[in-house]
Design a protein around this ligand. Structure first.
Ligand code: NAG
Ligand code: NAG
Ligand code: NAG
Length: 290
């Protein structure tokens, strides 16, 4: 018996010593271990396909060049701007909280944010130019800062949700998870055959991008991720959000869908609450991955 036990123990220790480091190892970017070449609050000008493009960075306090950070892309809505994402707008009037409300939830200070500015204040992604812009930003930030390249995320409302979906389609090996807030098919879907962890929320009374568009996007990743389809839930009383965690998805390729009774609104709250639920749901989803 003792022999069996010690062999089991030895196997277990072997698994521990070889398995765990593989599972938990961060994919450190080229910028790790070096002085940062990009600063908190910096707006970077770059040139993509002959067009001038801009994005602004937010680094956590006490940025540590030895620590591989999560990288979260925040795309604005049509007519919005990087500046409006940074400053935030009144959530009681359908505005977004600063940085989509995520930094206060990141109590570990684990994330760096990239806030891009759209051409014509949108993400038309003509000939894939906004995806190319993403590639360029990811490269520069990976070189200039310490990023865990396995922990790259994307979120946005409306057109910004469409752009996040487009990246899930075309960059499944770079994007770990997306959060699509009231999105629709507006920025294209090149590729679109691979699994990516997918959170989305949508209102049944959306008067700008109807909920069927949001369901269509979701269903692509329900399929790609190998999840079982479920019957469509309704919002609860007073439009209260109802959440579906799809089952049977490939590991790490979860799909979460939140349906609510509201309009086109990134800051939808549940009855009796003043707190928009998108930030907490998004952070809960993104922080599962490490
Ligand atoms: C930076 O992070 C490294 C790795 O996690 C850690 O060993 C070091 O103590 C940190 N430095 C500071 C100043 O916190
Ligand atoms: C902080 O990090 C720990 C360890 O990775 C993780 O379990 C926890 O969920 C994180 N907290 C938040 C709020 O993200
Ligand atoms: C939803 O919007 C799409 C795109 O604008 C449109 O093609 C479709 O007919 C709409 N569906 C419903 C049920 O209103």
């Amino acid at each position: 018996m003792a022999g069996v036990h010690s062999r089991l123990l030895a196997t277990f220790l072997l698994l521990l010593s070889f398995g765990l480091p593989l599972l938990t190892a961060a994919a450190s970017s080229a910028g790790c271990g070096k002085g940062p070449t990009l600063r908190n609050g910096q707006t970077v000008n770059t040139n993509v396909n002959g067009k001038s493009r801009q994005y602004t960075l937010r680094l956590p306090d006490n940025y540590n060049q030895s620590n591989p950070y999560r990288l979260i892309f925040l795309w604005h809505q049509l007519g919005g701007s990087a500046q409006k994402i940074i400053q935030g707008e009144n959530p009681n009037q359908g505005g977004v909280l600063p940085y989509y409300g995520l930094p206060p939830l990141d109590t570990n200070k684990s994330a760096i944010y990239v806030v891009p500015q759209g051409l014509n204040a949108g993400w038309g992604n003509q000939n894939g130019e906004d995806v190319t812009f993403f590639d360029s930003m990811l490269q520069s930030v990976s070189d200039g800062l310490c990023i865990d390249t396995n922990l790259v995320f994307s979120t946005g409302f409306s057109y910004g949700g469409a752009m996040s979906y487009s990246l899930a389609c075309s960059r499944p090996n770079k994007i770990r998870a997306v959060a699509v807030l009231s999105g629709s098919l507006l920025s294209g879907c090149a590729g679109g055959n691979d699994p990516v962890a997918y959170y989305a929320q949508h209102g049944t009374s959306d008067s700008v991008l109807n909920v069927s568009g949001g369901r269509q996007l979701r269903d692509r990743f329900v399929r790609n991720n190998g999840c079982r389809a479920v019957s469509e839930p309704n919002p609860g009383q007073g439009g209260k959000s109802t959440r579906v965690d799809y089952q049977g998805c490939q590991q790490g390729k979860e799909v979460v869908w939140v349906i609510h009774g509201g309009d086109h609104n990134p800051s939808q709250t549940d009855p009796g609450s003043n707190t928009p639920f998108a930030p907490r749901n998004t952070w809960e989803f993104f922080s599962r991955f490490n």
